[in-house]
Design a protein around this ligand. Structure first.
Ligand SMILES: [Zn+2]
Length: 78
């Protein structure tokens, strides 16, 4: 079983995980709520950035601060 640190590093490395890495990360999520939440936040950020990129919005600084605000808002919901 991977440690939280290893899982965080895998998530931070991006989307190009191998099959076994993906499986071990998913196994970790089953037992570790902290990493699961961290991953959900990461996905939210990636999704937001992609959506905005698709709309060809070039003001990246504005986008990232908006995403940050959204993530903070999301964290407060719990
Ligand atoms: Zn963990």
């Amino acid at each position: 079983m991977k440690s939280c640190k290893e899982v965080a590093q895998l998530i931070a490395s991006g989307e190009n995980l191998g099959f076994f890495e993906k499986v071990s990360v998913k196994m970790h999520f089953i037992i570790c709520k902290g990493c699961r939440r961290y991953h959900e936040q990461q996905e939210l950020i990636v999704k937001e950035i992609k959506e905005r990129h698709d709309r060809k919005i070039s003001k990246i600084q504005k986008t990232s601060s908006e995403v940050e605000a959204k993530v903070l808002e999301n964290l407060k919901k719990d």
